[in-house]
Design a binder for this molecule. Structure first.
Ligand code: SF4
Length: 645
C-alpha cells in the first residue's frame, strides 16, 4: 500500500510538470542529462520523426531488432493504459516500482534546475528517465520516437545511428509553422552529420526540404519509395499480406497484423531502415525482418479488441489519420457501416476529422474523454451534421454502442489516444467479465494447485489453508497433475503442521517425489510447518505480509492461500494466469508479480477469485502452455491471440 501511495504521489508530481506546457529547445534536457551522467551518449539509437506512422515504425523496428536477439528499449508517447508503456524494454513496459525509482532519481535534479530558474517540462523529464532506464538496463538498441516536430524536441539530444522521417502533413501548426515546408524543416532537424537518414516523405515541398537538409549534413538519404517495392496481396480486417523487394532481399508473403493499407507503407519504411542497420550497426538477417514485421502489434491503431460484436479501436485525431481510417472503412465496411463512438480534443481539427468519418458510419455516439483538453460532447455534436446521441463518458458511450450492435454489428471507437485509453479501460473490464461468465458456465467451481485438474474442486475459501499452502509450494515448477499426486500422497500421512514438522525429510521426499525438486521442496515444507508450529500456534496466517515471511512462500503462494484457503479476494497469479492475461492482451508483463499488480487494477475486485480459479482451470484444459487450443477456446473472441492468431 505504501509503495502504491508513493507511486501515485510520484506520478502526480511528474504529471504536474505538464502545467509548464510544451517547451521547444534542448537546453533543459542537456542540463538534466548531464546531471544524470549523460546516459544517452551510450545508446545506439534509432530516432523516428513524422506526422503519422511514427509509433508503428517504432513497433516494427523494435520487433525486428528483438527477433535478431537484441535487447531493445523503446520510447514512445503517449501511453494507453499506464505511464510505464512509454518506456519499454523488449516490449515490456516499465513496472510501477521501476517508474517510482526513475522519478525519485530525476526529481531532485528537476528541482535543482527549477531553483536556478529553468523549469523542466513533463516531456523533458520523461525523455531523461527513458534514456537513463535504457542505459541502466544496458539495452543493445534504443528506438526513440520524437515527441513533437524534431529539431527542438528534447529527444533530439541523441546522436543516433539512424534517423527516420515517416511522413509529413500539417499538424501542431501553432508550434511548428503553418506550411509543409516549415513543418518539414522542423522534422528534418533530426538529421545529423554523417548519420544515414530514411525518408518516407512523398509530398514534394516537404521532400525538397528533407533532401536539402540531408545534403547539408552529408547524411546518406534513403528514400523508401526508391528502396522498397511493396506488393500488396491482400488487405484484410485483421491483417495484410505483402511481399517486398529491395536492392538486397525479397520478402515473400509477410502477414502484417496492424490493420489498414497504410501499415504496408510503414512496413516498407521499417524494412529499408532495418536493412541499413543490418549493414552498418546490428546483426539483422532477412528472416529477422520478416518475423519481426509479422509479430508486431501496436495498440489503438485499427485494433480489433474483440469480436461478436467486433469492436475496433483507432486513435485517429487528425484529418490525415481520418483519411486513412476512411479508406479502411470504405474497404471493409461499405455494406455494413459501423456505429461510431467519438470523443476528441479541443485543439484538434475536429471538423476535418468528422467530415471524413460521418458519411461512412451508420450512427454516431458523441462523448468526451477524461482528459483535461477534451472537447465537450455537446460542442462536438454541433460539428456533426446528422443526428447523434450524446453520452456522458466513453464507457457509457461504449455500453450504448454495444447495446445497439448486438452480436453482429461493428463498433468503431475513435477521436484521440485519450478516447482510446478510456475505451480500453472499460473494454478490458467488460472482456474480463464476459470471459469469467463463459468460463464459469463451463467449469463451475475451479481447481486450485494440488487438486485433480480433471475434477472441479470445491469453491475457493472452503479449503484447508494448510493444505493449500503446502500444495502450492509443491506446485512450483511442476505440472498440475504431479502436484496433485504429491499432495495426495503427502496428506495421506502428514495432514497437520505438527506431523509435518516432525517428519523425516527422506520420508517426505519419497512421498512428494512426483512434484520434482523433491529434496528442496521437502526441506521447504518441513521448515514451513516448523515455523507455523513455533510462531503461529500451528495456524496459517491470513494476511499477505505475514505469509510471505514463511520459508519458500512468495506472493503467488501467499495469494493462493488467501484466495483458496481463506476466501479473501486476491489474484494469485500463477503461470497460467500470467500467461493467459498476456495472451489476451490485458497486460504486458515479464513476471507474475507484475501481472498481479496490473490485473488488480483492471479486474473488478469481485472477480479476483474467479480470475484465479477460472484462468488456472482454462490453462489446464484449453489454453495449454504448449500449443493452446485456440480453435476450441470459448473466449477466443475476447483474446488478442485468438483474434489475430
Ligand atoms: S484464444 Fe488461444 S491463447 Fe487465447 S485464451 Fe483461448 S486458447 Fe488461450
Amino acid at each position: 500500500m505504501k509503495q502504491q501511495d508513493d507511486y501515485d504521489a510520484a506520478v502526480k508530481w511528474l504529471y504536474g510538470l505538464q502545467y509548464f506546457g510544451m517547451k521547444l529547445g534542448l537546453d533543459n534536457t542537456r542540463t538534466l542529462l548531464a546531471e544524470l551522467g549523460n546516459p544517452h551518449e551510450e545508446l545506439r539509437a534509432i530516432h523516428v520523426a513524422g506526422t503519422n506512422g511514427k509509433g508503428s515504425v517504432c513497433a516494427f523496428l523494435t520487433n525486428i531488432l528483438m527477433d535478431a536477439g537484441l535487447k531493445v528499449g523503446t520510447y514512445t508517447s503517449p501511453h494507453l493504459r499506464d505511464f510505464g508503456e512509454r518506456i519499454c524494454i523488449d516490449n515490456i513496459p516499465m513496472t510501477r516500482p521501476e517508474v517510482l525509482r526513475a522519478i525519485k532519481g530525476i526529481k531532485p535534479e528537476v528541482e535543482k534546475l527549477a531553483s536556478r530558474g529553468k523549469q523542466c517540462t513533463f516531456f523533458e523529464a520523461t525523455t531523461c528517465m527513458a534514456f537513463q532506464h535504457f542505459s541502466r538496463r544496458k539495452v543493445d538498441a534504443a528506438v526513440v520516437e520524437v515527441g513533437m516536430g524534431g529539431r527542438l524536441d528534447s529527444t533530439n539530444v541523441l546522436e543516433p545511428v539512424l534517423s527516420i522521417i515517416t511522413n509529413i502533413s500539417l499538424e501542431h501548426t501553432q508550434h511548428l509553422g503553418d506550411t509543409m515546408e516549415k513543418i518539414a524543416y522542423e522534422k528534418a532537424g533530426i538529421i545529423k552529420p554523417g548519420i544515414p537518414t530514411v525518408s518516407a516523405v512523398t509530398e514534394t515541398e516537404a521532400s525538397e526540404v528533407v533532401e536539402a537538409k540531408a545534403r547539408e549534413m552529408s547524411s546518406e538519404l534513403y528514400r523508401v519509395a526508391d528502396g522498397c517495392d511493396i506488393r500488396i496481396h491482400d488487405i484484410g480486417l485483421l491483417n495484410s499480406s505483402i511481399s517486398a523487394i529491395t536492392k538486397y532481399n525479397k520478402y515473400n508473403n509477410i502477414k502484417i497484423k496492424l490493420g489498414g493499407e497504410h501499415q504496408t507503407g510503414n512496413a516498407a519504411t521499417s524494412i529499408v531502415a532495418a536493412e541499413i542497420l543490418s549493414r552498418k550497426t546490428f546483426p539483422i538477417k532477412p528472416e529477422n525482418i520478416a518475423r519481426g514485421l509479422e509479430s508486431t502489434r501496436w495498440g489503438a491503431r485499427l485494433q480489433v479488441v474483440r469480436l461478436r460484436p467486433t469492436v475496433i479501436l483507432d486513435a485517429t485525431h487528425n484529418p490525415g489519420g481520418a483519411e486513412t481510417l476512411s479508406k479502411f472503412l470504405r474497404k471493409h465496411f461499405s455494406k455494413k457501416p459501423p456505429i461510431l463512438v467519438i470523443a476528441m480534443l479541443v485543439d484538434k481539427d475536429v471538423g476535418g476529422v468528422v467530415k471524413l468519418l460521418e458519411p461512412l458510419v451508420s450512427q454516431i455516439i458523441v462523448t468526451e474523454s477524461k482528459y483535461e483538453r477534451r472537447m465537450k460532447a455537446e460542442s462536438l455534436a454541433e460539428k456533426i451534421s446528422g443526428e447523434t446521441e450524446i453520452a456522458d463518458s466513453v464507457a457509457m458511450a461504449i455500453d450504448r454502442a454495444l447495446e445497439l450492435a448486438g452480436t453482429s454489428e461493428t463498433v468503431l471507437i475513435s477521436g484521440s489516444i485519450f478516447t482510446a485509453a478510456d475505451a480500453l479501460e472499460h473494454l478490458d473490464e467488460l472482456r474480463m467479465r464476459e470471459a469469467m461468465e463463459i468460463l464459469s458456465e463451463l467449469h463451475g467451481t475451479g481447481a486450485y494447485p494440488g487438486r485433480d485438474p480433471e475434477t472441479p474442486g470445491p469453491p475457493p475459501g472452503s479449503q484447508e489453508p494448510f493444505r493449500v499452502l503446502i500444495s502450492t509450494i509443491l506446485s512450483q515448477r511442476t505440472k498440475d497433475e504431479n502436484t496433485h499426486l504429491a499432495t495426495e500422497a503427502l496428506f495421506a500421512v502428514f495432514d497437520t503442521p505438527e506431523k509435518l514438522a516432525h517428519a523425516r525429510p527422506e520420508e517426505v521426499e519419497e512421498l512428494i517425489r512426483p512434484a520434482g525438486f523433491y529434496r528442496q521442496k521437502s526441506r521447504n515444507i518441513i521448515n514451513t510447518a516448523k515455523v507455523l508450529c513455533e510462531r503461529f500456534d500451528s495456524l496459517v496466517p491470513d494476511n499477505l505480509e505475514t505469509l510471505v515471511e514463511l520459508p519458500g512462500v512468495g506472493r503467488k503462494t501467499a495469494n493462493c492461500v488467501l484466495a483458496y484457503g481463506f476466501g479473501t479476494p486476491a489474484i494469485a497469479v500463477d503461470t497460467h494466469v500470467h500467461r493467459i492475461s498476456n495472451l489476451m492482451g490485458l497486460v504486458r508483463t515479464a513476471h507474475p508479480d507484475d501481472t498481479e499488480e496490473c490485473l488488480s487494477r483492471i479486474v473488478p475486485r469481485e472477480l479476483w477469485l474467479d480470475v484465479n480459479r477460472l484462468l488456472v482451470r482454462h490453462g489446464q484444459t484449453i489454453c495449454a502452455p504448449v500449443r493452446p487450443k485456440c480453435n476450441k477456446c470459448p473466449i477466443s473472441h475476447l483474446c488478442d491471440r485468438g483474434i489475430y492468431g
